[in-house]
Write a protein that binds this ligand. Structure first.
Ligand code: PLP
Length: 383
């Protein structure tokens, strides 16, 4: 049996929406489906303001532009993240400052963030790993004390909550991803949440994503013609993609339910190995409502992790061990970071393994994974 690490899940109605967008000649950005997606997300997640983008990477870049990131500015983020988090900062001459993570969730360690605040610190980018929330209350308090911006990298956190508020709505800004590997997708897509009523900032956000023009005002009929008003780029997704995404968002609860079932299946049969101290599972703190984006286990050491991964691969089961810490990767070393700068992050990333989790997985596939995963973990137990 061959089980891929990830497969996209189609609702079936995507094609109907795309056809409708085509028939209405709405194929560029900011058409009817973009509006529908925005209003669905705003209502469901209680978002104050948001713009759709071509990716979470682009949403992060927009956020860096909006806070006027300048060369020399420092932004604190976990080393345990996807390169986009650091790239967005570096593209504007800013410096990523990497903080440690906590073992229970692999999310940023707030105490280490505070230790790393300097006179050059401009912002904090917490990353919600696997859709489990960072300690947003503490992070917002810290940000207020030191006058810092908070930009949530909620790429994996769509439809997850911390306390009663959705991820992405806690910080000054929040970034969502609708990439093909995420829970709700259109292949490539994202959103920037602007949790502010600052009209000037919202106006600038529209200009930045519309190639530096006031095209948005033109579309709204507020002006006769549009022109170049400021620096910008092109971050608006095609309405064809938004039509696809709309179908997925309409079925958001169904998708989440399927993921929850797989998550529980893993949790139930792996519990005995946790009790025997052979592996650890990540924890979901009580004030977190997860979206079941990932299923991650921590082995006792790198050797067992690699053995497990290799044995599963031989049986046709694909697994993954993202993220490789940013500070110890090639680009991180160029920034002046060294091996052992963040020992906890390095150790945890060497022990972690992510198991397949996507709505299309069948009961047979899960039973097959259970069989081979158990036999390997039982063998570790004998050691
Ligand atoms: C997927 C991901 C991104 C990038 O999302 P794109 O939409 O592909 O640009 C950024 N940060 C994190 C934590 C991610 O998981």
């Amino acid at each position: 049996m061959n089980i891929s690490f990830y497969e996209p899940y189609y609702i079936g109605t995507e094609i109907n929406h795309i056809r409708e967008a085509m028939e209405q000649h709405q194929i560029s950005g900011d058409g009817h489906y973009t509006e529908k997606v925005v209003s669905l997300l705003k209502n469901k997640f209680e978002i104050l303001n948001m713009v759709m983008t071509t990716s979470a990477t682009h949403a992060l870049e927009m956020a860096a532009l909006l806070i006027d990131l300048k060369p020399g500015d420092e932004v604190i983020m976990p080393s345990f993240s996807f390169p986009s988090t650091a790239n967005a900062v570096m593209l504007h001459g800013g410096k990523p400052v990497f903080a440690e993570i906590e073992e229970a969730t692999l999310n940023i360690d707030v105490k280490d963030v505070e230790r790393k605040i300097s006179k050059n610190t401009k912002a904090i980018i917490p990353v919600h790993y696997g859709g489990i929330a960072c300690k947003m209350g503490e992070i917002m308090t810290l940000a207020e004390t030191y006058h810092l911006y908070v930009i949530e990298d909620a790429a994996q956190g769509v439809n997850a909550k911390f306390k009663e508020k959705h991820l992405g709505t806690w910080g000054h800004m929040g970034c969502y991803s609708f990439h093909g590997t995420k829970n709700y997708t259109c292949g490539e897509g994202g959103a920037l949440l602007l949790n502010t009523s600052d009209e000037q900032l919202l106006y600038r956000a529209e200009i930045i994503r519309q190639k530096g023009t006031n095209r948005r005002q033109f579309m709204l009929g507020e002006i006769d013609k549009y022109s170049w008003v400021d620096m910008g780029s092109s971050y608006t997704p095609s309405d064809l993609l938004m039509a696809f995404l709309y179908a997925q968002l309409e079925s958001m609860d169904h998708i989440t339910q399927k993921r929850r079932a797989i998550h529980s299946y893993y949790e139930n049969f792996l519990k005995r190995y946790v009790d025997r101290g052979i592996i650890k599972m990540l924890q979901t703190p009580i004030d977190c409502t997860p979206n079941f984006h990932l299923f991650t286990i921590l082995c006792r050491n790198e050797r067992e992790r690699n053995t497990l991964m290799g044995n599963l691969k031989k049986k046709g089961i694909a697994t993954a061990f993202h993220f490789v810490p940013l500070h110890s990767s090639t680009a991180g070393q160029k920034l002046g970071y060294h091996q052992n700068d963040l020992p906890l992050t390095e150790n945890l990333s060497k022990c972690l393994l992510r198991l397949p989790i996507y709505p299309g997985m069948t009961a047979e596939q899960l039973a097959y994974i259970q069989k081979h995963l158990s036999s390997c973990l039982d063998a570790f137990g004998e050691l």
